[in-house]
Design a protein around this ligand. Sequence first.
Ligand code: ADP
Ligand code: MG
Length: 619
Amino acid sequence: MADIIQLLPDHVANQIAAGEVVQRPASVVKELLENAIDAKATFIKLLVKEAGKTLIQVIDDGVGMSDTDARLSFERHATSKIKSAEDLFLLNTKGFRGEALASIAAIAHVELKTKQDSQEVGTCIVIEGSQVTSQEVVVTPKGTSIAVKNLFFNIPARRNFLKSNAVELRHIIDEFHRVVLAHPNIGFALYHNGSELFNLPVSNYRQRIVNVFGNKTNEKLVPVDETTEIVKISGFVGKPEYSKKTRGEQYFFVNDRFIKSAYLNHAIAAAYQGLLKEGYHATYFLYLEVNPQSIDINIHPTKTEIKFDDEQTLYAILRSAVKHSLGQFNIAPVLDFERDSNLDTAYNTTKVHHPKVEVDRGFNPFSAEKQTIANNAPTHKNSFKKEPSAQWESLYVGLESKSNDTANQFSAVEFESEPEKISIYNETVKDEITYSTYQLNNKYIISTIKSGMLLIDQNKAHQRVLYEDFLKHITVKEAMSQQLLFPLVLHFSKQDIEVIKQLKQDLEYTGFIFQAITKESVEITGVPVSVPESEVSILLEQLVSDVENEVPDANFSVTDLIAKSLAKSLSIKNGQKLNHTEQEHLVNSLFACKEPAISPSNRNTFITMTVDELDKKFV
Ligand code: ADP
Ligand code: MG
């Protein structure tokens, strides 16, 4: 019988290896960021499009590569980081397998530009599915830029297996967090579809954590510091009252590398014993330094698992270090979460106020007017206790059924109230009132309700809010106008002028003031408070075209159309980043609407998912 064993061609071997290294866009992000760190970059920029499905680009200002190295870097087992197997035990670089670039190049379109400091010009290499299609000289700054396009273009099964952009982006951000938290001495920026999600300057560990997770994080952190012969532990754990129901912010780093360890996690949980409510998880950012010879990071290709020589001792040290910190910062006695937090300090001598939620229905985050929202925030800084406010919750009346006339339905959709205390020293009290909203993909706002999860489409929700607002103003024939400093003269076709004349009265009820309407122009001296002056002409053009295109039928109502059109033009668009206050405000305003569940064009403004439904997805 003839011989049947053959050596696999390199590109096939690379594709198979790629399966291990690259599971999803986030894996590429991790490999490229790590390479940039190994190259001693001081600033690393990550650009991502469509959650990495179309582009992942990492630009660093590190040492770069010579033209020969640039070509070699895509070969399998090509690495500058180890020379022999012994080096593995002295490792202080992230990479060492020499597999990442070869694997990535096997399953994507890759463009590498790189230049060393000493070189006049750099090298640009284009590779598609392991085939080098060009290598030429380029002018490029010192450092390396690697763009990975169309991931899995030649493995449709893998490409189809990718999750939605929202999910893949979440994975990328998680990976980004793991890297940036381990390296505060390096600046990082992350852009998604052109918008900046993070810009993190060089700083220290604490500041980096705060820059990533928000200013509020600062006061939640308790430092941990312990040096023993076998390990040096530093970092922070979260105060128990800020613990979360999700395991989100739990980070272990060993020698600057993010690792997962159920065993060490257990050590932390043991340190918190008696301090956390059932089902809550501690937050931690812990940095362990150990002798590289005492660990084996080689046990998993993606290197998030690690084997310690003396795990049991490590467990004991870690637990006591964390316990010690919690105790030292006087956190240990805090056992009763239900107790009255007024008794906490001597400062609470005045009456406790509840936060007031003011509903600004003309809210438009584009307009400068939004400043006034913050001014509505409670000013009683000295005695502030967060409780589920009755006003707040009553806004959610009728969430599940469309009728909002009975208040007793709201038990089903009560907001989850987390045991959260407000620092009496904090200046920005409003910022502290978190109703746990989260913006996803600059498009959806996620919030928790008692029965589960609420997912709001920000654009459709805001259309609903504005629509009801305009409709109300038109119906009650009163509206707030803002006077323009200089009258605005807009030119229209004769036909359009006719339409505007028809709409004039209703438009005036929304807040427009028309000084004159001639054959070809309108002169406007006042606009609704929610309308920025720069938007007026686009807005009227859109309105006129909406009216002209609407087939007048039995349901045709000019007022309705104006309200819909203005709402559409002025609403927060998808892709618009909203800060916490804006998110909360939108949620507030939506549930103050008569019909919060549907947009003016009859689409859902939100969906809910109950815990039961979620549970079912995990069986
Ligand atoms: P590894 O990181 O395991 O060595 P990779 O495939 O990730 O393997 O990279 C191969 C080699 O290419 C690295 O060892 C390094 O010499 C070089 N390299 C990769 N990325 C960069 C970069 N951003 N800057 C400089 N050199 C790089
Ligand atoms: Mg690498």
